[in-house]
Design a binder for this molecule. Structure first.
Ligand code: ADP
Ligand code: MG
Length: 256
């Protein structure tokens, strides 16, 4: 039996006591999978992610991550627990006044007090090498490197603490098609490079989701409409899924 990295059971969330942004979400993300979360804008993808990261508390329901009930952790416990996660959001969110190498070293300096300065630098350099960034850029500031290199640096930083789960929220939104493909491939390579790591990617790009993910969850109105392999999405009878897939694939064709 395969284990789940993340399990949500009937999770509901209302911010105002009236509208439910999550309306009974149930989802199991298999350990070691690369799972894509898709769905129209405003369907609760980012809110769901923030619940998994412990940034929001559900109004009701259960959320367990790596076997731990995260809704029961205190803020301090959650801070420690979050070291098991790597996170890369839309912008790379690098520190402007730190070099590439310092940016990647930052989580190690913060959380790995057991490491010496030179050990930190060795690990940070390894991570940068893994994401394909040449050594000659390590001393540069984020403003002195290209958008693609900034993404690579953000990814290296997300990988710094050797996460068990890495989360991407719309990692390619706003990027040109060439950079989009590069980042998608980097996500895929990173996933295969790290045995056992679970990758969760929220994406508006259906073609990319179906190309690189092994599991896909489509959300609608704060619920999971369909969870399965990419193949399952092309075989489904659910009208809304069919419509979403047809539209998404057509848009992808237009961009080419
Ligand atoms: N902190 C918040 N307070 C109130 N409403 C929120 C908050 N965050 C998100 N929402 C609402 O929840 C819904 C889902 O948002 P979100 O998860 O960001 O959508 P998406 O699927 O595009 O990522 C939206 O209607 C949004 O306005
Ligand atoms: Mg979002």
């Amino acid at each position: 039996m395969s284990e789940d990295a993340i399990r949500l059971v009937d999770v509901k969330k209302t911010f105002d006591g009236k509208d439910f942004v999550l309306s009974g979400m149930t989802l199991s993300v298999p350990k070691g999978s690369l799972t894509a979360i898709i769905g129209f804008s405003g369907t609760g993808k980012s809110v769901m992610l923030k619940h998994i990261l412990g940034l929001y508390q559900p109004t009701s329901g259960q959320i367990s991550v790596l076997g731990t009930d995260v809704t029961r952790l205190s803020p301090d416990q959650m801070t420690v627990f979050r070291r098991k996660f790597g996170v890369l959001f839309q912008g790379a969110a690098l520190f402007d006044d730190m070099t590439v190498l310092e940016n990647v070293s930052f989580p190690l300096v913060e959380h790995r007090r057991d490491l010496s300065e030179s050990e930190v630098l060795v690990i940070a350099s390894q991570r940068l090498k893994q994401v394909g960034l040449d050594e000659k850029h390590y001393g540069k500031l984020p403003s002195q490197i290209s958008g693609g290199m900034q993404k690579r640096t953000g990814l290296a930083r997300a990988l710094a603490l050797d996460p068990e789960i890495i989360f991407y929220d719309e990692p390619t939104t706003g990027l040109d098609p060439i950079l989009t493909e590069m980042v998608d491939n980097l996500i895929l390579e990173t996933h295969h490079h790290r045995q056992g790591m679970t990758s969760v990617m929220v994406s508006h790009d259906l073609e990319a989701a179906f190309r690189i993910a092994d599991h896909v969850a489509m959300l609608d109105a704060g619920k999971v409409l369909l969870f399965g392999t990419p193949e399952d999405f092309f075989k489904t009878d659910i009208e809304l899924v069919k419509k979403f897939v047809a539209k998404g694939m057509k848009q992808g064709m237009k961009q080419r």
